[in-house]
Structure formats: C-alpha cells, structure tokens
Design a binder for this molecule. Structure first.
Ligand code: HEC
Length: 211
C-alpha cells in the first residue's frame, strides 16, 4: 500500500505557520508590556543606573571587604556610618603572622575584614566613597571601568596590579552598563574621609612579622 505524505506535510506546514503567527503576536505584546524592563531592552539612564548599581553592590557584597564593621552577638555587621569607606585608619596595625606570607596561605589582618595578608604582602580595602581626597571622588567613570577591567591600580597602563583578595577579574565580566551603574551608585553614597594605608610589600611585611 502506498501512503501519500502530502496531506500530512500540508497539515504540519499549516500548523507551523499558525504557531509562528501566534508566537510573533504574543512576543510583540510582551515587548510592549516590558518597555520598562531592566533586561537591557534599552540603555539605562540617570536614576535607573543608580538603582541598578545599588542592587549590584548589595548583591555582590562589596562591603564585605570595603566597609568597616561593628561587632555584634551575631558577628561582624557593616558599619553603615562608614559604608564602603575602606580599611579604617583608626585600627592600629598589628604584627604580621609570618606564616601567612608563605605561598598557599592567606589571612585577615584586621578583625573587621578590611585588611589581608598573604604572599603579596598586606593589602587594605580602598575607600569607595565619593570623598575626592581619600575616596574615588576624583575618578571618572572611564577610570573606574578600566580599573576593574584591567586589574591595574587607577586603571593606568603602567599601574601596579590590584592586589588580592580584590576579585576584579570576576567584576571584569560585568557589562559596561553594569560597571557604569556601580560607579554611578558609588557617587551617591555619603562621603567619608578616610585615608587607607598603601599596601605593604612582602619584604616590609616580613619586618612587621611576629618574632
Ligand atoms: C574579598 C574582598 C573584596 C571584595 C568583595 C571587593 N573588594 Fe574591592 N578591593 C579589595 C582590596 C583588598 C582592595 C585593595 C587592593 C590593592 O590595594 O591593590 C580593593 C580595591 C578596590 C578598588 C581600587 C582599585 C585601585 O585602583 O587601587 C576598587 C575601585 C574596588 N576595590 C572596587 C570594588 C567593588 C566595586 C566591589 C564590589 C562590586 C569590590 N571592590 C569588592 C577587596 C575587595
């Protein structure tokens, strides 16, 4: 017996056309409905960038390292009055545990998790507030994006590498728009004047080491 495939193909073909029409209609509708969607249907502007930046900074937890902490029964909590102002200059530097300078080791150097010691020496989380003398107030958006993308201090081609544990290589994967959003939000947080110490080289750190 010979079975003709023509009627079946015609039915399938018609079904595909009908499906395509339905899908394209519904897609058009949802596109109109989602005009304000944050999913990059259009570039974010002004206040929207700041809202997005706030969301990213909170979700990533930049403050885990960049905010001084208050100590509570539940552990360290970000000190909101010094939000993102970096390692507090008021904490006296202690002695370095020499074993932390050996490859494979790494430890916190400040009880509030804003300074770190490892084979790279001692690093201190920077002041990200808009204070122009001690924070990033004088930075342009381009400098900020280039810093995060290249992992070079101040985004300069010959700048020193940004030290661990700053995970710039993860943040480098953000889109330009998201980095711009983070930058825009950081411009709006309260300025805190706090001069963060320069990093300490491994040799210098060894001199501070416990005997
Ligand atoms: C795990 C800890 C940690 C986290 C989380 C972290 N940082 Fe950092 N960050 C550091 C440390 C430490 C430094 C200082 C590094 C140095 O001196 O080279 C730093 C430095 C920086 C700098 C200054 C770079 C320069 O040119 O010297 C910027 C800007 C920065 N961080 C932004 C951010 C932002 C924005 C976030 C969140 C999206 C973030 N950091 C999250 C630890 C961290």
């Amino acid at each position: 017996m010979q079975i003709s495939t023509t009627p079946l193909s015609t039915t399938v073909f018609s079904a595909i056309i009908l499906f395509t029409v339905i899908v394209s209609c519904s897609t058009n509708n949802s596109k109109d409905d989602n005009k304000e969607d944050i999913n990059h249907v259009r570039a974010l502007e002004g206040e929207e960038l700041i809202v997005r930046g706030k969301y990213l900074v909170a979700g990533v937890g930049c403050g885990d390292c960049h905010s001084p902490k208050n100590f509570t029964d539940k552990g360290p909590m970000e000190d909101q009055s010094k939000f993102l102002s970096g390692h507090p200059s008021t904490i006296p530097l202690g002695k370095v545990d020499a074993s932390a300078l050996k490859p494979g080791n790494f430890m916190h150097f400040a009880p509030d998790l804003t300074a770190f010691v490892g084979p790279w020496g001692v690093s201190f989380a920077s002041n990200l507030t808009p204070d122009s003398a001690t924070g990033i107030g004088a930075w342009t958006g381009d400098v900020f994006i280039k810093t995060i993308r290249t992992g070079k201090h101040l985004g300069q081609d010959n700048g020193r590498p940004i030290l661990p544990p700053m995970p710039w290589f993860n943040f480098a994967k953000f889109t330009d728009e998201d980095l711009k959003a983070i930058y825009s939000y950081l411009r709006t947080i309260p300025s805190v004047s706090n001069k963060v110490p320069a990093p300490i080289s491994p040799d210098e750190a060894m001199k501070l080491a416990k005997k």
